[in-house]
Design a binder for this molecule. Structure first.
Ligand SMILES: [Zn+2]
Ligand SMILES: [Zn+2]
Length: 271
């Protein structure tokens, strides 16, 4: 069976990722207004009421803005760590206690047909996580909002068939951006901030060496990056290692406000 994945939105202005395996559909994050999430789902032909739940990574607005609305409207359970629930507080309005699910990083569970693993990420939030989703032998991992790509994260996601990894900013564009305060720059560049294009490219090389064949660059900054630049940095790093994007590895850039197409991941047939 195939796994399907689609970045509905990805970037510092809002995140929502769609995944399907068998009869189970779920979202990772709901960080755009409910109406925008509906629009994106409609575009890929998915009815919101057929979704089984929303896995939340952390409490920053760009990951939860529409979570309350869609949970109430469609009766969707929301999954988050205890720390993230504390961080959310009353930011998403009143949530029926039956829809509030608490997860523990490292404690895996099934949501319908999809196996869900979560792992801690270094970010300035209460208890942020990344996810690895399993459909049979296939797996898809997402890791955004991380200051550094740690050995722990690598171990948790190595071998994934598809990885969506943060390629947030170009450090020079960020440093020279007059619109950002020194404090904000320090936060983004720090160990609990966001992953730069170069750090992303280095991490991708490790993951590709570990067998990953599909990569999506995500959570791009709107002001300190461009899709073309993020792509170029990763492709250049790959070329240096003799990896051919489009042949050895499929590489895509998730756009901030444009819903991507659905990717279908299949088990590779033995050669
Ligand atoms: Zn974010
Ligand atoms: Zn964040």
């Amino acid at each position: 069976m195939e796994m399907y994945f689609c970045p509905l939105y990805s970037g510092s202005s809002g995140n929502a990722l769609f995944c399907q395996y068998g009869n189970t559909r779920l979202l990772i994050d709901a960080g755009k207004p409910g109406s925008k999430i509906n629009e994106a789902l409609e575009q890929i032909g998915v009815q919101p009421e057929t979704i089984s739940g929303v896995l939340i990574t952390h409490e920053h607005t760009d990951h939860i803005a529409g979570a309350g609305v869609i949970a109430r409207r469609y009766g969707l359970p929301l999954y988050a760590t205890a720390g993230t629930w504390r961080g959310i507080g009353d930011k998403i309005g009143k949530i029926d206690p039956a829809l509030k699910r608490e997860i523990e990083p490292g404690r895996d569970f099934y949501l319908g047909d999809i196996g869900v693993e979560s792992f801690p990420i270094p970010h300035d939030a209460a208890q942020p996580v990344g996810y690895r989703l399993w459909g049979g032998k296939l797996s898809i991992s997402t890791a955004t909002d991380l200051g550094v790509f740690t050995e722990t994260i690598f171990r948790r996601i190595v071998g994934s068939d598809l990885v969506l990894l943060e390629s947030n900013h170009d450090p020079e564009m960020l440093r020279s951006n007059p619109g950002y305060s020194a404090t904000l720059k320090k936060r983004i560049l720090g160990d609990r901030g966001h992953l730069s294009n170069d750090a992303c490219a280095q991490a991708l090389l490790q993951l590709i060496a570990g067998g990953t064949g599909n990569v999506i660059l995500g959570h791009l900054s709107g002001e300190n990056n461009t899709p073309a630049l993020a792509r170029r940095v990763s492709e250049t790093a790959m070329a240096r290692e003799g990896i051919r994007p489009g042949e050895d590895v499929q590489l895509q850039v998730a756009l901030r406000d444009v819903t991507g197409s659905i990717l279908c991941i299949r088990e590779r047939t033995a050669e």
